[in-house]
Design a protein around this ligand. Structure first.
Ligand SMILES: NC(=O)c1ccc[n+]([C@@H]2O[C@H](COP(=O)([O-])OP(=O)(O)OC[C@H]3O[C@@H](n4cnc5c(N)ncnc54)[C@H](O)[C@@H]3O)[C@@H](O)[C@H]2O)c1
Length: 429
């Protein structure tokens, strides 16, 4: 039998958070988005997207949404949107007929409250006393979102009352094919990727491919890169089995389901043989040390998934320059590389249309500080002789550093970027 629920949204200046909550105070789903995800003046569109995702999440959990409550910072007039001194906070809500706009799009009753936060919204929606629970569980009971929500929820669930069971509903392809199993949390700190983290898997993972319809091409391609990486890491036959499922962008839900299953079955093997990342599972870091450096070195202007794809190209270039690949190994590495480049697309149809300029000095600084290295040694995953992946330790030296730089240059030089080299240089300056 379907349960009743409401969607609660709290709009903040930088982030808006939303949850699906039942009258009993159980928060069955939560998620968040940057308030101006698509640039200035896009808060209403972002709000509608977020509400749509919560709606899908509610459906997946068997909850019928009866209404939407929105808490807005500043002075809100239900008819005229945000008015008064806080208008600058969410400027595109100024004067917007908030209730009417949302109600027309969603087809449900919408309630907007003045100057509330999530706590007050919870109390207002379901009566005093439920608010505190709403706030706590909103943060850590259920994760609905991509890898970032998962990382944060994993960590929060692991430390709240020394660990509580939690449920994860991945909403990006990357989190469906990869991060939803394995239980890792990784949180960036001090400008570097994934410095803080632990293992605390969710009790339940629910994958609903209908979320893929709301993802843009960059996020679909990024997800496929992680799936390709997992399958290639299991050996070349694993990569061929993945390709047989016809990964492409866009994909039908059926295609997506097959690719997700292939990827998760393959990852399951790695987790079962090496849950805590001591040996075999380390191979899943293929592309990551190089990719993280490009993510962090562009101030996260390159998304994680795209960074992994580019990182695999850099690892391949490094291996090719070391001259250890057999002719079979070279062919396998090239096969993976051509798949990565084909998914990325070329010129105007490149999925990373707003790629930032890449300053290799900054990228190398991030690469040097990767937590996977050891004092005096770089530790990276690269294809060896027949193309199979291996973990290697390379003593640090100026020559080795130059080898890495030329591998970055060679890999990035193969990409049909949407900008010319001179335009990229101008963007960098
Ligand atoms: N813990 C792990 O095992 C693990 C594994 C791989 C990656 N990661 C981490 O995950 C992060 C990348 O995750 P990701 O690619 O899933 O994206 P993400 O979590 O970074 O989300 C990207 C954006 O997409 C939005 N979004 C989420 N679902 C959406 C949907 N259905 N439609 C539209 N927008 C949606 C989010 O709100 C966000 O703005 C990286 O930080 C990476 O380090 C963790």
């Amino acid at each position: 039998m379907s349960r009743r629920g409401f969607i609660g949204v709290d709009i903040g200046g930088s982030v808006m958070a939303a949850g699906v909550v039942t009258p009993e105070g159980e928060v069955v789903a939560q998620g968040q988005d940057p308030t101006h995800k698509r640039g200035p003046g896009t808060a209403v569109a972002t709000l509608l997207d977020l509400v749509q995702r919560m709606h899908l999440a509610a459906r997946a959990f068997g909850v019928t949404v009866e209404g939407i409550g929105i808490g807005v910072p500043g002075t809100v007039d239900a008819e005229r949107g945000v008015i008064g001194r806080d208008v600058h906070y969410v400027p595109d809500l100024a004067g917007a007929p908030l209730v009417a706009t949302i109600a027309a799009q969603i087809g449900l009753p919408v309630y907007v409250d003045n100057d509330v936060n999530v706590l007050a919204l919870g109390e207002w929606t379901f009566g005093a006393g439920q608010g505190a629970r709403f706030l706590v569980v909103l943060a850590i009971g259920t994760g609905v979102g991509g890898g970032i929500i998962q990382d944060v929820t994993t960590f929060a669930a692991s430390i709240y009352m020394r660990g509580i069971p939690w449920t994860y509903l991945p909403t990006t392809l990357l989190s469906m094919v990869d991060s939803c199993i394995g239980g890792k949390s990784s949180i960036n700190a001090a400008g570097y990727k994934n410095l803080v983290g632990n293992f605390f898997p969710p009790s339940n993972v629910l994958v609903d491919v209908s979320f893929i319809a709301t993802l843009d091409a960059e996020m679909i391609v990024g997800g496929l890169y992680e799936a390709a990486k997992i399958c290639y890491a299991s050996g070349y036959p694993g990569f061929l089995a993945y390709l047989a499922e016809q990964p492409s962008c866009p994909m039908t839900p059926e295609q997506a389901q097959r690719v997700i299953l292939q990827s998760l079955r393959t990852k399951k093997w790695f987790i079962e043989v090496d849950e805590f990342d001591q040996k075999e599972r380390l191979l899943l870091n293929f592309g990551h040390t190089f990719g993280h450096a490009m993510e962090a070195g562009t101030d996260f202007g390159i998304s994680h998934g795209i960074g992994v794809g580019l990182g695999m190209l850099v690892a391949n270039e490094y291996a090719k320059r070391q001259g250890n690949l057999t002719s079979d190994g070279l062919a396998r590495v090239e096969h993976l590389g051509s798949h990565v480049r084909a998914l990325l697309g070329a010129g105007a149809s490149c999925v990373q249309a707003s790629l930032p300029a890449i300053d290799l000095g900054l990228v190398m600084d991030k690469f040097d500080h990767d937590k996977k290295h050891r004092p005096g040694f770089y530790r990276i995953i690269v294809p060896g002789g027949d193309g199979s992946l291996e973990l290697i330790s390379v003593p640090k030296s100026d020559k080795v550093r130059r080898d890495f730089i030329s591998a970055f240059e060679a890999a990035l030089g193969q990409i049909p970027w949407p900008f010319s080299a001179s335009e990229r240089a101008a963007l960098a300056s």
